[in-house]
Design a protein around this ligand. Structure first.
Ligand SMILES: Nc1ncnc2c1ncn2[C@@H]1O[C@H](COP(=O)(O)OP(=O)(O)OP(=O)(O)O)[C@@H](O)[C@H]1O
Length: 227
């Protein structure tokens, strides 16, 4: 059963450029994401998957329409408020892990919590717990370069959810991994979402992974549609 709405896009438009060369990517897109669900965003290259994730993650402003995160209408808010909402409500995972190379896996996961002002002991405890959930509890003291691609992505996912956001946005999180490793990373992500009641929107070109998610949406004619 669907949980409550944690992310909502309503009539969202995004156009790039001006005049005759305007590229209209989103043209009145509506979308809702509910706690506890994992939704696949599968669409051909260039149709606007990253654009949609950036708008949902409050990294960009829509040209029209509204983005609601955790019930807040975000478009007209000052940048500081948008940043505060983004930090507390949203976690991001990208195709490449972007972990800090000079820090261990555990320290990378602790980082967002320390920035948010959590005491070191608590941050460490939560980071260890997340490493266990992601089934890499034994790799906490290793630096990113000492980890496999799948392990690095699991650390990146743990870091993205370290501050207990409501929404996880992922742009091709397994795009850099072989199919077996991708499936294993997805297993861990799925377990985490189901255990925590998080909601995840995952852009992927991997149809096998998309088939395992709760719902699948695509971008067609600038709108988000289920398929
Ligand atoms: N800042 C920008 N200025 C101009 N055009 C842009 C900008 N950002 C994106 N675009 C264009 O908008 C379209 C959608 O881009 P987007 O990155 O959202 O697609 P995508 O579906 O994520 O593609 P891919 O699967 O290849 O990553 C593309 O044609 C892209 O060139």
């Amino acid at each position: 059963m669907a949980g409550k709405t944690v992310l909502k896009l309503s009539g969202v438009e995004r156009h790039y450029g001006q005049g005759e060369t305007t590229l209209s990517i989103l043209k009145g897109a509506d979308f809702e994401l509910h706690s506890g669900e994992i939704v696949a965003l599968v669409a051909p290259s260039g149709t606007g998957k990253s654009t949609l994730l950036h708008l949902a993650g409050l990294l960009e402003h829509p040209d029209a329409g509204e983005v609601f995160v955790g019930g807040h209408a975000c478009n007209g808010l000052p940048d500081d408020d948008r940043t505060a909402i983004r930090r507390s409500e949203i976690g991001f995972v990208y195709q490449f892990h972007h972990l800090l190379p000079e820090f261990t896996a555990l320290e990378n996961i602790m980082m967002p919590q320390l920035i948010a002002g959590l005491p070191e002991r608590e941050a460490k405890e939560r980071a260890s717990q997340l490493l266990d959930y992601m089934r890499i509890g034994h790799r906490g003291e290793h630096r990113p370069a000492e980890l496999s691609g799948g392990e690095q992505q699991r650390v990146a996912i743990a870091r993205a959810v370290a501050n207990a956001p409501r929404v996880l946005l992922a742009d091709e999180p397994t795009g850099n991994l072989d199919p077996e490793t991708a499936s294993y990373v997805f297993d861990a992500l799925e377990a985490l979402v189901k255990q925590s009641g998080l909601a995840a929107l995952i852009a992927t070109h991997n149809h096998d992974l998309a088939a395992r998610m709760d719902r699948r949406v695509t971008i067609d004619g600038g709108k988000v549609v289920g398929f």
